[in-house]
Structure formats: structure tokens, C-alpha cells
Design a protein. Structure first.
Length: 114
């Protein structure tokens, strides 16, 4: 579902992960410009993957969007503290993904054109 939505936004989806460990492997193998992580994933949760991404050499240049079904403010705050660019609640903010991703793609294209 998220992969299809990202493609509709104009993103090139280089992989879909079934768990956090696979997500981290995909990040290292493909060096994407952006990732979308669910907080609740087996193996490694989204925050653990986020921390590992930010700790990597390429991690500071990668857009990281966290999706969550948690409504606790502390979870959002932790995700931002760990380096998330956006934290979206699955049921009420999912449509923001439709604005964030195309805007990011446009900015990245402009940077490459310079």
C-alpha cells in the first residue's frame, strides 16, 4: 500500500522491507534519498532503524518519514529527537505523505540541476 502510494507520488521505490533488519539492509544496499518506516516492525523497530540510518555516513542526507499508529506525544517526540524529518499518524495524517514526497522529489531535482 505505501509502496504504491509512493509510486503514485512520483517516487522510485527501490525496495519494500518486511522487517526492520531488512529495511536497514536495503538502506545500506540501495542508498535511497528517502525512506518511510513504520515504528512497529519485527526484528528492529522503526526508531532503531532510524538511529542506525542517522548514524551512517549517508544518513544525514536521507529523508526519513516515520509512520505510526501510536497517539502518544512522547513517541512522536522520540522519533523527532532520533532524527525523523516527519512523523505521521497512519489514520489521520497519511494524506500529508502525498504532499511531502512530491515536494521532496522536486527539491532534490532542483539540487541536482544546479
Amino acid at each position: 500500500m505505501v509502496g504504491e502510494l509512493l509510486r503514485e507520488c512520483g517516487a522510485e521505490v527501490v525496495g519494500l522491507a518486511a522487517d526492520g533488519a531488512e529495511a536497514l539492509r536495503l538502506f545500506h544496499d540501495t542508498a535511497p534519498d528517502g525512506v518511510v518506516l513504520d515504528i512497529e516492525m519485527p526484528e528492529l523497530n522503526g526508531l532503531q532503524v532510524l538511529r542506525a540510518i542517522r548514524a551512517s555516513e549517508r544518513g544525514s542526507r536521507c529523508l526519513v518519514i516515520i509512520l505510526t499508529s501510536h497517539s502518544e506525544q512522547s513517541m512522536r517526540e522520540q522519533a523527532y529527537a532520533d532524527g525523523a524529518d516527519h512523523v505521521l499518524h497512519k489514520s489521520s495524517e497519511f494524506e500529508r505523505l502525498l504532499r511531502i514526497v512530491p515536494a521532496f522529489i522536486e527539491r532534490r531535482s532542483e539540487q541536482l540541476d544546479v
